[in-house]
Write a protein that binds this ligand. Structure first.
Ligand code: PAN
Ligand code: ZN
Length: 181
């Protein structure tokens, strides 16, 4: 089968489920909770959206999705996805499509960061929790291809963090320990 992505409209055809994550959906994830609360009260902006292919999320299938993270910071921390662990440890492939972002990975001990630009393939090995971050001034979009039976565990990140956080510093970025005050 063939699936067409319309970059301007941000849609897949044929399409599966579409997901919109607003600031209020990212409770407990930004370090500066006061800034997060202010942003929720002040219009609750869309932080990212995910359009999925119609491939089912079941064992042996390979569903795809395209995530677009809007540019922005909350309390100095770049806008990002919630991040998750796949409970059934399996690998995943990302392909940068537009904008500048990064792929943050954490296995419970070590942290890895991959700069993502159009054409970059980011590989997530089995057992590494992952989050995407927009570090640019344009929307950052990437394609993800993942095993349909891998599952998505969001509580893992709330409990274990992701090793590091990514902050805007001058014109660049800085990393700080996830649970640092
Ligand atoms: C991606 C992510 C997508 C949104 O398709 O699900 O970027 O991030 P969150 O799921 O953390 O909100 C992926 O890694 N799928 O496995
Ligand atoms: Zn994943």
């Amino acid at each position: 089968m063939s699936i067409r992505f319309d970059q301007a409209a941000g849609t897949l055809s044929p399409a599966g489920p579409t997901l919109t994550r607003r600031m209020s959906d990212l409770e407990g994830l930004f370090r500066d909770q006061n800034s997060w609360r202010t942003a929720v009260a002040d219009g609750d902006p869309i932080v990212y959206s995910v359009v999925s292919s119609p491939v089912p999320e079941i064992d042996r299938e390979l569903p795809q999705s395209i995530t677009t993270i809007h540019p922005g910071t909350t309390g100095g921390e770049f806008w990002m996805t919630k991040g998750h662990q796949h409970p059934n440890h399996q690998g995943e492939i990302y392909l940068g499509m537009s904008g500048n972002g990064g792929l943050l990975m954490f296995d419970g001990k070590d942290t890895r960061w991959v700069d993502m630009a159009p054409g970059t393939i980011g590989y997530i090995p089995p057992g590494w929790a992952h989050r995407s971050v927009n570090v640019g001034s344009e929307p950052y979009s990437f394609l993800a291809v993942y095993p349909g039976g891998a599952g998505h565990d969001y509580s893992w990140v709330l409990e274990n963090g992701l090793g590091q956080r990514v902050w805007r510093q001058d014109d660049g970025l800085a990393f700080v320990d996830y649970f640092a005050e």
